[in-house]
Write a protein that binds this ligand. Structure first.
Ligand code: CUK
Ligand code: CUA
Length: 629
């Protein structure tokens, strides 16, 4: 029987007792719920009418990049439910490339050639994903330009993008979790990728415990960045949400909600607090080493719940630090001193003193500050000069504040707030240049706004988001919104790296795939029957011809087509399309791709090149002849 939805979260939250001095939920609860339900704006007079927007300061550098010139930074945008990563130049905000990850994408042949199709199939064979948090590989606390990882909230996966080729090269369906939300790379060296299993499910989720939600579990996972195997998991109380790591490789700090372990909104919001989980990574490794775990689906699972024996005594493996109810994000600041937990329902940011975690989880020791930043704080970013910038979902603003002043100030004080700027509208993540490193660059900040409302020409009822570029300088200047950019649904987060930290290939290095695929020159072009009804077709491609002007196969054959692009120069890509067979390969210079398909209908099929590669591009064709059996 379906469960009727009879709870009324807005009313229940509005009726909460509002007497906890340091948990500033007063007023925010009703506004937050209304705002989260999509009607942002003036419920509490917080519609963003109180502060400056755009100073027109003449010191603002130009964000427009002239024709032929390059941007200074790479931005990597999560693509949300599109499943892709987008590469965006900063400051121009030009979309440079889209990298398919959990989706298939014909223009890059992704999900069409055998290798990528198999990777997607082995990782669950889903056709889409919901990626939120792109993270970059680090060496010695700085981006090394090698890899990017990103979560799939929809199917509990983590994928890796190889930044030599800007291509997804590995993917794992993390065992025992249904949804991975938070995703973080260990710093200063990427020894693990951490993923937060958000939804609580039975363990294992095989039909047991379906009607006893109190037995469901949320897991924190540590994935090996090279092998992409899940090395261990930690079971905790409540739902894990977002995660970041400290700068010393010891702590992974996760926000969390639903400590009540309820299944409806009203059940999830009964209490007045939730608990950040700080995972002591070396202590967890020791527990695994000592055999203190149970193994499910091949993964050691360590018990990090409150009552676990591993959490008693002076050095629990997971610290539970109380925060106001239902916080959103955790971000660790550039000097690694504080973790910033944005209140969402509370108009505050809770700052945790990371060093203090070593000896205590008592909020009196660990909470270093709690400035009141405004309504609906979701995410915080940094300029490296002592300032934090927090997105305010309900107020539709970015609030800039002084970190050390917030430590000095009383909890709930607005004194540390330096400036607010209106954004349009309802920001989620906010990111400044290289803000997640130990040495942020300041200058530009991007606010990923969920709603564009009337900012663009109307395009029907599904609107683009609005990514806004904001000049922040080194924190010594007024914030100025300088550009709007419509974004296809739905970016959640982004990460920036200076262009000098990456070294993308202009053409393929065939040595990189020599173990898996044969490089087919014109001379190597051939057709080989490998069985009664299987045949290999191997051919080269160049401007403006394929290695075969035609080839013949038999009805019912399974054809494995291998095509190499033998061009040596950049930009000359060849595509291989076979009409009525759902085949498309995109082959960059020196690359080789394979597609396996069955030919069921006798006839003539014109194979053609899909990339406009030369003046004779239209003539670049071959004929596949399928003879009746
Ligand atoms: S995110 Cu995943 S719900 Cu705020 Cu980091 Cu959008
Ligand atoms: Cu090759 Cu068009």
């Amino acid at each position: 029987e379906p469960t009727p939805r009879d709870d009324s979260p807005t009313l229940e939250l509005a009726g909460l007792e509002l007497n906890r001095r340091d948990f500033m939920k007063a007023g925010a609860a009703t506004g937050a719920m209304a705002g989260l339900a999509g009607c942002s704006g003036n419920i509490l007079g917080g519609g963003g009418d109180s502060t400056t927007s755009g100073s027109g300061d003449s010191s603002t550098p130009d964000h427009k990049v002239p024709p032929g010139e390059h941007d200074e930074y790479y931005g990597f945008w999560s693509g949300g439910q599109s499943g892709e990563i987008r590469v965006v130049g900063i400051p121009s905000m030009r979309v440079l490339m889209r990298i398919p990850v959990f989706n298939t994408e014909a223009s890059r042949g992704y999900g069409y050639d055998d290798e990528t199709a198999e990777m997607l199939e082995e990782a669950g064979d889903y056709t889409w994903g919901d990626n939120h948090h792109p993270v970059l590989s680090e060496t010695d606390g700085d981006y090394d330009g090698e890899y990017l990882w990103v979560n799939d909230k929809a199917n509990g996966r983590i994928a890796r993008v190889n930044l030599k080729y800007f291509e997804t090269d590995a993917m794992t369906d993390v065992p025992n979790v249904q949804s991975i939300h938070g995703c973080a790379a260990q710093s200063p060296d990427t020894g693990y990728i951490f993923g937060n299993g958000e939804f609580r499910v039975p363990l294992p989720n095989d039909g047991r415990d379906v009607n006893t939600p109190e037995n469901y579990t949320s897991l924190f996972s540590a994935v090996n960045p090279q092998t992409m195997e899940t090395e261990w998991q930690v079971e905790v109380d409540g739902n894990l949400d977002i995660v970041d790591t400290d700068k010393d490789g010891r702590w992974a700090i996760a926000s969390s909600y639903n400590d009540e372990e309820g299944v409806t909104v009203s059940e999830m919001t009964k209490d007045d607090r939730d608990y950040v989980k700080a995972f002591d990574v070396p202590a967890i490794e020791e527990a695994v080493e000592a055999g203190d775990y149970r193994e499910i689906n091949g993964v050691p699972i360590v018990d990090g719940t409150r009552d676990s024996s591993l959490n008693q005594g002076d050095s629990p493996i997971v610290r539970y630090i109380p925060t106001p109810k239902s916080p959103h994000c955790v971000e660790v600041g550039p000097n690694g001193k504080y973790a910033f937990v944005a209140g969402k329902l509370s108009p505050t940011v809770t700052m945790l003193d990371i060093e203090a975690l070593d000896s205590s989880s008592d909020p009196d020791d660990v909470v270093a500050g709690r400035p009141k930043v405004g309504l609906g704080p979701l995410h915080t970013t940094f300029d490296g000069n002592g300032h934090a910038y927090t997105s305010l979902y309900i107020d539709s603003q970015a609030a800039k504040w002084d970190i050390e002043a917030a430590v000095e100030a009383e909890a709930g004080s607005e004194d540390p707030i330096m400036e607010k700027v209106d954004v349009h509208y309802n920001p989620g993540h906010i990111q400044a240049l290289e803000a997640m490193t130990t040495d942020p660059d300041g200058e530009w900040l991007v606010s990923l706004n969920k709603l564009s409302k009337d900012r663009f020409l109307p395009v029907g009822p599904i609107h683009p988001d609005n990514d806004q570029l904001i000049h922040i300088g080194q924190g010594d200047t007024e914030m100025e919104v300088v550009a709007d950019h419509p974004a296809y649904p739905e970016p959640h987060d982004c990460v920036f790296a200076h262009k000098d930290k990456l070294d993308p290939a202009a053409t393929w290095d065939k040595e990189d795939y020599a173990d898996e695929k044969e490089f087919i020159t014109q001379d190597d072009t051939r057709i080989e029957r490998t069985g009664d009804s299987s045949v290999d077709v191997k051919m080269s491609s160049m401007r403006s011809e394929f290695g075969f002007k035609d080839f013949t196969v038999q009805e019912g054959d399974e054809v494995t087509l291998t095509v190499t692009n033998i061009e040596g120069v950049r930009d000359v890509i060849h595509g291989v399309a076979i009409p009525e067979h759902d085949v498309h390969l995109a082959i960059a210079p020196q690359d080789t791709r394979e597609a396996t398909f069955t030919v069921d209908s006798p006839g003539v099929y014109w194979i053609y090149c899909t990339y406009f590669c030369s003046a004779l591009h239209l003539e670049m064709r071959s004929r596949m002849i399928v003879e009746p059996s």
